[in-house]
Design a binder for this molecule. Structure first.
Ligand code: ATP
Ligand code: MG
Length: 183
C-alpha cells in the first residue's frame, strides 16, 4: 500500500454538500478504524438535533463532534457581543490545534471554518491563524475545511479543492431543511 500522506481538503462553493461531503469522508475514515474529529464553528444555536452529533455520542471516542462556535453571527436574532464570537472561534482553532498535535486523530474537519475567515461583513479569524494551523499539521493527518468563499491563500495550500455548484436547491421552492439530509 502507498505511504499515507495527509491531505488538506477544501469543500467550498454555494451549492449544498460541503459539510455532507466531509461527513462522507468521516464515514470512510471511521470504517478504517481511524479517529475522526469534527469542530463546528457556527452550529449549536439552531434548535435542531444534528445527526452527526448523535452518531458521535454512540461512537465516541473514535468519532468526536465539538460545536464550539457561538452560533449565528449578526443574523437570526444574534445579540451576543461580536467579541464573544471572535473569542469562540479562536478558542475553537486552539482546541483543534491541540487535538491535531496530540497525535490521536487521523482526520480533522473544520466545519464552516471558511465563514469564520470572512463572510458578509464579519471576520472572526485571520487567514494567518488557519495557515499556521495547516503548516503545523503532522504529515499523516488529513484536514478538511468547509464553507463558502474559501480564501485564495487557503486554496493555495490545499491538495484538493472542490467547489459545490448549485443547480437546484429545495429552499428556492420554499421547502425547509430536512432531518437526515440537512441536519
Ligand atoms: P450540508 O451541510 O447540507 O452539506 P453545506 O455544508 O454545503 O450543506 P452550508 O453553507 O454549510 O452548506 O449551509 C448550511 C445549511 O444551508 C444547510 O442546511 C444546507 O442545506 C443549506 N444550504 C446549503 N446550500 C444552500 C443553497 N444553495 N441554498 C439554500 N440553502 C442552502
Ligand atoms: Mg456546511
Amino acid at each position: 500500500m502507498a505511504a499515507r500522506k495527509g491531505l488538506v481538503i477544501v469543500y467550498t462553493g454555494d451549492g449544498k454538500g460541503k459539510t455532507s461531503a466531509s461527513l462522507g469522508a468521516a464515514m470512510r475514515a471511521l470504517g478504517h478504524g481511524w479517529r475522526v474529529l469534527i469542530i463546528q464553528f457556527f452550529k449549536g444555536d439552531w434548535p435542531v438535533v444534528y445527526g452527526e452529533l448523535e452518531l458521535a455520542k454512540k461512537l465516541y471516542p473514535q468519532f468526536e463532534v465539538l460545536q464550539l462556535g457561538k452560533g449565528f453571527v449578526k443574523i437570526m436574532g444574534d445579540k451576543k457581543p461580536f467579541d464573544a464570537h471572535v473569542d469562540a472561534a479562536r478558542e475553537a482553532l486552539k482546541i483543534a490545534r491541540e487535538k491535531m498535535l496530540s497525535g490521536d486523530y487521523d482526520l480533522i474537519i473544520l466545519d464552516e471554518v471558511n465563514y469564520a475567515l470572512g463572510y458578509m461583513d464579519f471576520k472572526l479569524l485571520e487567514p494567518s491563524d488557519v495557515i499556521e494551523f495547516l503548516k503545523q499539521r503532522p504529515p499523516k493527518v488529513h484536514i478538511i475545511l468547509t464553507g463558502r468563499n474559501a480564501l485564495p491563500e487557503i486554496i493555495e495550500m490545499a491538495d484538493l479543492v472542490t467547489e459545490m455548484k448549485e443547480i437546484k436547491h429545495p429552499m428556492k421552492k420554499g421547502i425547509p431543511a430536512q432531518q437526515g439530509i440537512d441536519f
